[in-house]
Design a protein around this ligand. Structure first.
Ligand SMILES: [Zn+2]
Length: 201
């Protein structure tokens, strides 16, 4: 089975993304992606949001999702829905400056409050966060674009060993049956090297 390339975190004009959903889907299709999850902010979407996310076509599967604000901790949580499966993701802990201990605490609190966290983003807007790519975090670790703007498309993705359906993709993420991919732009390499050397704080 060929690996499916996908982005599990993307914004559109349904919330604070720059592009309408059709353009976002088209852009990822041009970039050779197999699937894309639309995950606009839950406090900015209208009632018609759920009916206006396309399902995609043979070449590009579109998953329905939303980015929840878990308000007790001001922590964003990705929710991606298949037909039967639901995936909850602890989004961009690096943006909140969290250390590993704080991440584990948040996973416990949020999971205990009815949002069972299945995976953790180790990217912030497509930039790899090596400090969170550690064994102490035992959940699957994913890379996403969290794209809002044009230059944020196609930086970081997952390549999933799954059949081409939302449920099988979500099950494969939960099982850890995927690998991460990063764009090999000079900027991205420099940023990763900088982080890996521990020079940034
Ligand atoms: Zn987001």
């Amino acid at each position: 089975m060929p690996l499916l390339k996908g982005n599990l975190h993307a914004h559109t004009t349904f919330s604070d993304g720059r592009r309408p959903v059709a353009e976002v889907v088209a852009r990822y299709r041009e970039l050779g992606y197999d699937f894309l999850a639309i995950t606009d902010h839950d406090d900015r979407i209208g009632d018609d949001y759920w009916f206006n996310i396309p399902t995609g076509d043979d070449r590009m599967l579109v998953l329905t999702g939303v980015e929840l604000d878990y308000r007790p901790l001001s922590q964003h949580v990705g929710k991606i829905m298949g037909d039967r499966e639901t995936l909850y993701v602890l989004n961009h802990p690096a943006r909140y400056g969290l250390n590993v201990k704080q991440i584990l605490y948040r996973i416990g609190v949020i999971s205990g409050d009815g949002l069972p966290i299945h995976a953790v983003e180790i990217t912030d807007t497509g930039a790899y966060q090596a400090q969170h790519d550690v064994d102490l975090i035992r959940l699957p670790k994913i890379a996403t674009d969290d794209s809002h703007l044009d230059d944020e498309f196609g930086r970081a993705w997952v390549e999933v060993d799954a059949a081409r359906t939302p449920d099988s993709i979500i099950r494969a993420i939960k099982a850890g049956d995927f690998r991460l991919g990063f764009a090999a732009s000079p900027g991205a390499r420099a940023l990763r090297g900088f982080d890996l050397l521990g020079l940034s704080d």
